[in-house]
Design a protein around this ligand. Sequence first.
Ligand code: FES
Length: 67
Amino acid sequence: MPDGVVVTVKAKGSIVIEGPIDLRDQDGNPIQPPPGKKPGSIKLCGCGLSLSKPFCDGSHNPTPRAP
Ligand code: FES
């Protein structure tokens, strides 16, 4: 794993950011990741379908996951 932040653009549209980042909205207010997410890793929506933007909620995947 390289030092610093790693950004991975996934084929289905999500953007995974691993490492220490400061995510803010257009007014400079901090955006907290959804609860229960892996610390130090966030997944942003790049497809535009998420209902919890800016985070990916899996809506890019047309096949529902098995429980
Ligand atoms: S990339 Fe996953 S919902 Fe948009």
